[in-house]
Design a protein around this ligand. Structure first.
Ligand SMILES: Nc1nc2c(ncn2[C@@H]2O[C@H](COP(=O)(O)OP(=O)(O)O)[C@@H](O)[C@H]2O)c(=O)[nH]1
Ligand SMILES: [Mg+2]
Ligand SMILES: [Zn+2]
Length: 288
């Protein structure tokens, strides 16, 4: 029988089967020997013997996020608040980059549209070629505008604490989530753990909250390959005077020209430069 791992607790995996049951499963010892570990999101084959489930096989993974460790995420919904907390484009661009690097589609969701936004984030990300949505979780019907874009997919909701991820997920899954994380964070200690769990959408598909994970991993990216993960640079990468242009200091750079003309947003390019310098340092340090 096939199924999908939706959560794991104390060595047990909970596998959702096509007929809607959730089966408590153990992983076979063979996995440990072969250094294979099932992850949340994995599609698996299971067998049931004496009411106990066993994971027999892990099906090939489409994608893999490492922190949090989740397999087969199709989309990362990057949630930004119009205000409170103030949008942070560098942080948002880091989330987009980590999604691109993992081969996962990034979607930009600007929440709290009931509050006034100072910057034109929608334009910035639309120009970069990303799907963007402006919603307010204060209004259920408005928040449900997200459903058509995540229907049938497994999506991870990422973003700063306080932007409204849990409020949105509560509406989309029809199951109230713990909200107002700022105070929860202070209380977090021995008692609360960061548990990764896939929640089912009312319209089919799964969502994942990522509390406590401020951002995904980008340190595996080589500085010179960074430009390949900036969607809006794709068409320009071959148009600079120098082959292999890093778009930083080289003359006759098509990317810099596009930034000057406004075709590429300044904030996106600033983020690119910041990541480039950071990744360059990582490499220099590794080579010492
Ligand atoms: N004004 C406004 N407040 C919101 C909206 N969505 C969430 N909030 C509030 O923002 C706070 C943080 O929300 P929460 O869902 O816990 O954010 P999370 O940390 O990203 O999970 C809560 O007090 C919510 O009631 C919105 O669209 N508009
Ligand atoms: Mg939350
Ligand atoms: Zn260039």
């Amino acid at each position: 029988m096939k199924g999908k791992i939706i959560k794991g607790i104390g060595g047990f995996y909970y596998v959702k089967t096509p007929d809607g049951d959730v089966v408590e499963c153990k992983a076979r010892g063979i996995f440990r020997k072969e250094n294979l570990k099932p992850y949340i999101g994995d599609e698996v084959e299971i067998s049931i013997e004496n009411k106990t489930g066993n994971i027999e096989k892990i099906l090939p993974r489409r994608t893999m996020l490492l922190r949090p460790a989740v397999a087969n995420i199709d989309a990362v919904v990057i949630v930004i608040a119009a205000k409170d907390p103030e949008p942070d484009t560098l942080f948002c661009d880091k989330l987009i980059l980590s999604a691109e690097f993992a081969g996962i589609e990034p979607l930009i969701c600007i929440n709290k549209s009931d509050l006034k936004m100072d910057t034109n984030l929608l334009e910035t990300y639309e120009k970069a070629g990303y799907k963007t949505l402006l919603v307010s979780a204060k209004n259920e019907d408005d928040a449900k505008k997200l459903l058509p874009v995540i229907k049938g997919k497994t999506s991870a909701f990422a973003g700063f604490s306080g932007v409204g991820k849990s409020t949105l997920l509560g509406i989309l899954t029809g199951k109230k989530q713990e909200t107002g994380e700022v105070s929860k964070k202070i209380k977090r200690g021995r008692h609360t753990t960061r548990r990764v769990e896939l929640l089912e959408l009312t319209c089919g598909g799964y969502v994942l909250d990522t509390p406590g994970f401020s951002s995904f991993e980008i340190s595996g990216i080589k500085a010179d390959e960074l430009k390949n993960y900036f969607s809006e640079m794709q068409e320009l990468n071959e148009m600079c005077r120098f082959k292999g242009c890093s778009h930083i200091n080289e003359p006759d750079c098509a990317v810099k020209t596009a930034v000057e003309s406004g075709e590429i947003s300044k904030s996106r390019y600033e983020s690119y430069k910041t990541f480039y310098e950071t990744l360059k340092k990582v490499k220099d340090w590794e080579n010492k």
